[in-house]
Write a protein that binds this ligand. Structure first.
Ligand SMILES: Cc1cc2nc3c(=O)[nH]c(=O)nc-3n(C[C@H](O)[C@H](O)[C@H](O)COP(=O)(O)OP(=O)(O)OC[C@H]3O[C@@H](n4cnc5c(N)ncnc54)[C@H](O)[C@@H]3O)c2cc1C
Length: 399
């Protein structure tokens, strides 16, 4: 057992951690920083795991390791070690090898872990990190009929990517049409057609309840009594935030670790950023935990600066998020939720346009379908207050 001391201890090895480290180094070139991550590599660009890394033979694992630029020598990395206990009274963290890491300021950037099925989870490939990607590649080499569970961002992207790899994915999801919990019905039906045209079978309106082994293949069982054979199954059923350390240490956790505008948790020397943290968002007028890359980067940067004593930090906004599949893509901001009132402004059939999501005539979210670089305009509409006539939103944002 060893004891290590640092000024800044960063627990977690994702983009929030990376952004915080680089922000600290920008303000204090010789800052004494320790990165403690249970992954075996330095932070990398996680979205590539279900996009380019699967579809583009020129992409390699090395190419997704975030910014090939290594950290300066003042950043010491302890990889492959999990933080297992946080003791705020002694400003220390104990890792899975029994070492103690003392800090002056701590950032919890522990992200989230995939949700799993209650039983038979070992049969199911969940998808979050480079090890999962390596397992997926092994599975692709062994079989091609793939059950993709869930029509969230990850399920939708993985199914699209696998269809470009000698695989026959089929998707099982609870909604009537693809992602109809997020998109207006017109767009969801259009997506059904797009996926079918890529030979991806869709099995809507069903929830997977278990997975059974059957010789060389699996059987995916659903609540409607469906039984579907596959060579392997991959899940995109959402994540749960990694908040155990924070909870055990007595920090305030409400869905995520609750942070203020300086990204401080309920303990002033402990900060949190990324998928595990819940911050106030002025556009939504509520605390919200987001699970998107730009949010993690921006929160990480702000946390890093605040940890160095930058008093100008006042983080209270909602960063954009994005997704890409086939030759489609979008940027979005706020609540993308089809239970809200919806104004559709299609500018090129269903190939390009803007979808506005409103609650009591206030814009709560904007989906920019195949339109890029317009999220500031969307944010302004969300901050403008109620609109008199929702249809007046049409043509407010154009390609
Ligand atoms: C396959 C995939 C595709 C995605 N695509 C998109 C996309 O297209 N657009 C988008 O906006 N977002 C996308 N996301 C989401 C985006 O990647 C996340 O929002 C972002 O990675 C969150 O960053 P983070 O640093 O908060 O957490 P993470 O990236 O989850 O990093 C957390 C790190 O902490 C480590 N850790 C956890 N607990 C401990 C502990 N106790 N001790 C030590 N280390 C610990 C984890 O192993 C991990 O290294 C995607 C995610 C995945 C998995």
């Amino acid at each position: 057992m060893k004891t290590h001391a640092s000024t800044y201890l960063i627990v977690g090895g994702g983009v929030a951690a990376d952004a915080a480290i680089r922000a600290i180094c920008e303000r204090e070139t010789d800052a004494d920083i320790v990165l403690l991550s249970d992954e075996s590599s330095l932070p990398y660009h996680r979205p590539a795991l279900c996009k380019d890394l699967i579809t583009d033979p020129n992409q390699t694992i090395a190419s997704v390791i975030k910014d090939s630029e290594p950290y300066e020598s003042n950043v010491r990395s302890y990889l492959g070690r999990r933080a297992i206990r946080l003791e705020p009274e002694s400003s220390s963290v104990v890792d899975s090898q029994g070492d103690i890491h003392r800090y002056k300021k701590l950032l919890l950037a522990t992200g989230g872990s995939p949700l799993e099925l209650p039983d038979h989870s070992e049969q199911l490939l969940t998808y979050r990190n480079l090890s999962d990607y390596k397992r997926l590649e092994e599975k692709i080499a062994m079989g091609h009929r793939v059950a993709v569970i869930g029509d969230g961002f990850i399920g939708s992207e993985i199914a699209a990517s696998l269809s470009e790899r000698n695989c026959e994915p089929f998707m099982i999801f609870p909604h009537d049409h693809l992602a109809s919990n997020r998109y207006p019905e017109s767009l969801s039906r259009h997506l059904d057609d797009v996926y079918c045209s890529h030979k991806i079978d869709l099995l809507p309106g069903q929830r997977v309840t278990g997975i059974e082994s059957s010789g060389d293949f699996l059987v995916v069982v659903t609540d409607g009594g469906g039984r579907y054979a596959a060579d392997f199954a991959i899940a995109g059923m959402g994540i749960k935030p990694n908040v155990d350390l924070a909870r055990q240490a007595g920090l305030v956790v409400k869905d995520g670790i609750r942070v203020n505008a300086q990204l401080q948790s309920s303990h002033p020397n402990i900060y949190a950023a990324g998928d595990n943290a819940s911050a106030y968002r002025k556009e939504l007028d509520r605390y919200e935990r987001l699970e998107h890359e730009m949010n993690a980067i921006e929160m990480g940067q702000a946390a890093g600066r605040a940890m160095t004593g930058d008093r100008s930090i006042s983080f209270d906004y909602t960063p954009l998020f994005y997704s890409d599949f086939f030759d489609l893509g979008f940027e979005a901001i706020g609540d993308i939720d089809s239970s809200l009132d919806i104004v559709e402004d299609w500018q090129d059939d269903l190939n390009q346009g803007v979808v506005y999501y409103l609650y009591q005539n206030n814009v709560r979210g904007v989906l920019l379908w195949n339109i890029f670089g317009k999220t500031d305009e969307a944010r302004a509409l969300m901050q403008n207050g109620p609109v008199t006539h929702p249809t007046s939103l049409k043509q407010k944002i154009t390609a």
